[in-house]
Ligand binder design. Structure first.
Ligand code: GAL
Length: 368
């Protein structure tokens, strides 16, 4: 700590959008990206706050051009990246792209080591708004210095671009990356499995003090709607990423998702937790066997969100004293179920929560 933090206003709340990787891997092309952008609008995701359409690894041709500039794979992106970005912008959305800080991407495609200023300039010319910089093939290099070079390259390119740092949390980036980029991965890659979501969540429990406007911990992109996650598991994943003030980058196929998946991704009172203007990341109050209790303080100061996670296979009852979440004794509070969007009741002492197997209960608590 003790170092400066970015405050350039590019990511005042955690970035929201879609990224191709979790669902499509390298099987991406311009039709997929445009159809996804259109689906973002048709499904109400844009209106819910999703803005960035990001292509991950696999967009580049195997070689740079003779000037040394990046070239898009001509079969996947025949119209070129600039045209794609223009079309995304015309839909009222923003465009993001991927590169890698090392000699090759994780899929062995051309990467940016030694080309940082050239690539930042090219991205700026293309109209890129967001760049994810990965960390494969970086043997022996220091992430802090190399990502700082990227920040300088963005500055020199004279286009505001969100910098997404992706070194998987290896060098405790929460301690240094807030001065350099807008978000930094805190863990290895997420999988569409309950165990992966829980493992990542456990790694976030001590990181709340490092996040805030323009600098966010990134527990990785969403798997909502992917794999065999049950509806309750999808809801728990989404609610906890919102408690963590995580960037909400959908990672599913927006063109074919079910209404149930969409309803999770746009749940207004859950998205509002994530996007709370205070930017204070939630923290774990305690863990008791299969039950985790987390709290997040909202911008108004008097409002709190409690999220109770039941990792186990039986329904459990949990009691939370108001003083445990920082409410002064004998204050009357209203309790609201933020998934159901309905009032639960009033209390001055404690809240009793029944939480079913593999699910999360999310309650808003406010004075009155
Ligand atoms: C990983 C990264 C993933 C994805 C993948 C692409 O290093 O964590 O999110 O970008 O590379 O190859």
């Amino acid at each position: 700590m003790g170092i400066g933090r970015l405050s350039d206003g590019l990511a005042p709340t955690p970035p929201m959008g879609w990224n191709s990787w979790n669902r499509f891997g390298v099987k991406i092309d311009e039709n997929l990206v445009l159809e996804t952008a259109e689906a973002m609008i048709a499904t109400g995701m844009r209106d819910a706050g999703y803005r960035y359409v990001v292509i991950d690894d696999g967009w580049m041709a195997p070689n740079r051009d003779r000037n040394g500039d990046f070239v898009a794979d001509p079969e996947k992106f025949p119209s070129g990246i600039k045209t794609l970005a223009d079309r995304i912008h015309a839909l009222g959305l923003r465009f993001g792209i991927y590169t890698d800080a090392g000699t090759k991407t994780c899929q062995d495609l051309p990467a940016s080591l030694g080309y940082e200023f050239r690539d930042a300039r090219r991205f700026a010319e293309w109209g890129v708004d967001y760049v994810k910089v990965d960390w494969c093939h970086t043997n022996g290099m220091g992430p802090r210095a190399l990502y700082a070079k990227w920040a300088m390259a963005f500055h020199a390119a004279r286009r505001p671009m969100v910098l997404s740092i992706c070194e998987w949390g290896r060098s405790r980036p929460w301690e240094w990356a807030g001065a350099i980029g807008h978000l930094w991965r805190t863990s290895w890659d997420i999988q569409p499995e309950w165990s992966s979501i829980l493992t990542i969540l456990d790694r976030q429990a001590e990181l709340h003090s490092f996040a805030g406007p323009d600098h966010w911990n990134d527990p990785d992109m969403l798997e909502v709607g992917n794999g065999d996650l049950t509806p309750d598991q999808n809801r728990a994943h989404f609610a906890f990423w919102s408690m963590l003030a995580a960037p909400l980058m959908a990672g599913n196929d927006l063109r074919t998702m079910t209404d149930a998946t969409r309803d999770i991704l746009i749940a207004p009172e859950i998205v509002a937790i994530d996007q709370d203007a205070g930017g204070r990341q939630g923290r774990r109050l305690w863990r008791d066997g299969d039950i985790d209790t987390w709290v997040r303080d909202l911008a108004t100061g008097g409002e709190h969100v409690i999220a109770v996670l039941n990792r186990g296979s039986a329904t459990r009852e949990v009691r939370i004293a108001l003083e445990d979440i920082g409410v002064a004794p004998r204050t009357n509070v209203r309790v609201r179920d933020l998934w159901k969007r309905s009032a639960v009741g009033k209390t001055r002492r404690e809240i009793l929560i029944a939480t079913s197997a593999n699910s999360a209960t999310v309650l808003g608590v406010s004075a009155g």
